[in-house]
Design a protein around this ligand. Structure first.
Ligand SMILES: [Zn+2]
Length: 295
């Protein structure tokens, strides 16, 4: 661990001092709060070191590639968002290279993004899309305006997920929808892999679970419409049988896309995937939490 780096003495979410050390992986120290139950990164990082983590966005890299599988997923999501269209405003928090807002704008949504990475912002602007720079909690956005807010794999990266949810409860119009995906700390993959779980890394401040995420949303006036936990990463599971290997975000992304592509193309694997997801959802142990809530 960097000598200048301090360790938090209180829970990142509820500020309780009753926290316990869970594990150390590379330079990351993971703690759990005895009061609210959240699992979080105990390293006290400043904003500069956070930004350093997102240097991997580049025009030619994996981060600026829209795979056919992801494109299809975006279209399905957008189909589901049609029922919320009233003011025609959609916002993607942590929009990355901007592929989702580009897909939405092709359906005539007035789609905007929010990003902290300068590299990613450049890629969004190159696509001709509007992007706000910075942390949503401190941005001056119109109140009661947006029909839909989407946060895919974002909340775990932020130091203040509750501040984001609070802000969204202000800027969404009454009846507007919020869609969230985030890794599930209660997943079977994490239980099997322990500290080798690929999600344990310094990019992630929080490790959420369905109960805690739902309660944050409810606290800020959202009604939960759908909640699922799905997906089982075979790549992650396969690490159980390998010697330890350091986490490489680019490699991991490429492998995931490859497996997803193979699954989508085979009727057998597609049926198997549905069956697996059915059970993962029942026991709330899928890799990803999906939530749709309304204001
Ligand atoms: Zn807490």
């Amino acid at each position: 661990m960097n000598v200048q780096e301090k360790t938090l003495q209180n829970c990142r979410l509820c500020k309780s001092p009753r926290i316990k050390f869970v594990l150390k992986k590379d330079n990351s120290l993971i703690f759990k709060c005895r009061d609210c139950g959240i699992v979080f990164l105990g390293n006290d990082l400043d904003e500069k070191s956070i930004k350093e983590l997102y240097k991997y966005y580049s025009p030619t890299g994996f981060s600026n590639y829209l795979s056919p599988v992801t494109k299809l997923r975006y279209e399905k999501l957008l189909d589901g968002f049609e029922k919320y269209r009233k003011n025609n405003r959609l916002i993607d928090i942590g929009c990355g290279a901007g592929w989702f807002i580009l897909s939405a704008s092709k359906r005539d949504w007035e789609a905007e993004g929010i990003e902290i990475s300068d590299e990613a912002i450049k890629l969004v602007e190159e696509k001709g899309r509007r992007v706000f720079k910075g942390d949503i909690a401190s941005l001056d956005l119109e109140k009661d305006k947006y029909d839909v807010a989407i946060l895919t794999e974002l909340l775990e990266h932020t130091s203040n997920p509750e501040g984001i949810i609070r802000k969204l409860s202000e800027i969404l119009r009454p009846g507007g929808g919020i869609y969230i995906t985030t890794p599930n700390f209660n997943s079977i993959t994490r239980r099997l892999l322990g500290d080798r779980w690929g999600i344990f890394n310094k990019e992630h401040f929080f490790y959420l679970m369905p109960r805690i995420l739902s309660s944050i949303l409810k606290k800020h006036g959202f009604k939960i419409k759908k909640i699922r936990t799905e997906n089982l990463s075979l790549i992650e599971i396969s690490r159980l049988f390998k010697k330890s290997e350091s986490f490489d975000i680019k490699k991991s992304y490429e492998r995931q896309e490859h497996v997803r592509d193979l699954t989508e193309k085979s009727p057998f694997f597609l049926s198997l995937k549905r069956l697996v997801n059915f059970f993962l959802n029942i026991f709330k142990i899928g890799d990803t939490i999906y939530i749709l809530a309304e204001k």
